[in-house]
Write a protein that binds this ligand. Sequence first.
Ligand code: AMP
Ligand code: ZN
Length: 136
Amino acid sequence: MCIFCKIINKEIPSYCIYEDDLVMAFLDISQVTKGHTLVIPKKHYKNFLECDNETLSHLMNIAQSLANMLTEKLHAKGMNILTNVNEVAGQTVDHFHVHLIPRYNKEDACIIQFNESEKQDFDDLTRLLKVEKKIN
Ligand code: AMP
Ligand code: ZN
């Protein structure tokens, strides 16, 4: 059983701040910033891509409410909300989780950098990626 499933089953302790039938939120053990929180589904899904629709939309609603609550109670000035998919993207625990990382200043320990890499052909890419049908 994965470490987050063990947290859900209360086999290992956590600093839980919210729980309902579908999701749980607890403090990340490595507090990148004060109040760094993880929101997870109770059912085991490997990552964002594999999570079912109903759970995902509920989880994102709860993540938004908690992000607002953290902002208010901790007087954060901003928030990074992110999820890593697979090892290449930095996922270390293979149970879907959304990070809520309150931000207080640009020089804190949360460093997310978007560097430009090689130039892309935007026309080619758009042709390849354009979705013609409406996604429900
Ligand atoms: P990721 O790199 O996106 O997979 O993030 C996994 C996160 O889980 C890391 O930020 C860890 O600090 C956190 N983590 C791992 N074990 C625990 C635990 N037992 N309780 C709380 N957070 C944990
Ligand atoms: Zn799990």
